[in-house]
Design a protein around this ligand. Sequence first.
Ligand code: NAI
Length: 397
Amino acid sequence: MIVEPKVRGFICTTAHKEGCRENVKQQIEYVKSKPKMNSGKRVLVIGASAGYGLASRITAAFSGGAKTLGVIFDKPASGKKTASAGWYNTAAFEEFARAEGLYAKTVNGDAFSETVKEQVIELIREDLGTVDTVIYSLAAPRRTMPDGEVVSSVLKTTGEPYTNKTIDLASRTVVPVTIEPATPEEIVGTVKVMGGEDWKDWIYALSDSGVLAENAVTVAYSYIGPELTHPMYYNGSIGAAKKHLYETAKDMTEEMSDIGLSAYVSMNKALVTQASSAIPVVPLYTAILYRVMKEMNLHEGCIEQIYRLFSEKLYGETPVTDGECLLRVDDWELREDVQKAVSEAWEKITTENLDSLSDVDGYWEDFYRMFGFGIESVDYAKDIETEVGIPSIIIEE
Ligand code: NAI
């Protein structure tokens, strides 16, 4: 089949197998071009098939030599439908890992469910004994609770309605947008989905089953951003969830001090991923940020961010935190000179000067890349087999 991108709103409904493989290969080559690191050795990544989670799995395996276990929520190809990008990414990751003799297994299912937690625990027991690192990198729109109730997360402001500019990516226009505040119930829902509750459930389930190593490390990913995005992010419904994540990290470290657990939240940079494209206002900010950081030679993608996080902040002599449990790789994004340039562009930006003040092309490039498109070395005119198996896959029953 010849596979072309089909973009609907914030997602692309097709993915290119060869392009995704190439994407994973290039990320592996990046970490292999850098000094090896002494990361965890038996690493569980929850949300391992895309974005920051995939970059974490690649870094742990190919720079730290870790055995990795990934939890993903993806779809294989079926009939005329391609697999999801995360499925192809994971198939490629396992192929490259095995070629180097690195253990890699994957559970495909809803990470919020008890079943998936039990399957993962069983796998750790059989194959690894314990895990010493748990990366929590879920970005999910909803969560099914144990009693079957489905809770949704929303990307809204809080308090008063908020009006600012945003970008309509399809028409490349700068348009005004007003975001209504989330209701108290919506904020509670967002905290349930994207806050720390499920992270803590995972850590306790692993520990209670005896498969969490002593002195283990766990990291969840978060974002603060500059004041410009605070009404939509830090002070929005998602920010409430992220604050809960932070409180959870502190609680877990304290509660589990007997086994020496260290729980951290890493503040990462704003990047184009499937999760971030859906937040109003943020994509325009990201497009300006890309331009500014590329011009200053400071731009990083997921893999560069995670390599820096692991090598410089997490697995150095002692973790580099700012006070309690925060790790910062958003330091370059939040530099004064970067934010000054972003704010100046933000004030002036309109549809007419969009291309000179922002990097919309770079935004789209990253967007298509996530689904395996727009990669130079891939022949997109070629008829390809869309199906590919993930050798180790365990599907949630
Ligand atoms: P992403 O959309 O690229 O990846 C999310 C991963 O979660 C995928 O592997 C997906 O399969 C998996 N997933 C989603 N629902 C699942 C479920 N129910 N069960 C199992 N797996 C599931 O997202 P991204 O951007 O890498 O986000 C990961 C974390 O990083 C999030 O907490 C996000 O808030 C945070 N972050 C993202 C930033 C950005 O700009 N993209 C910036 C800073 C933090």
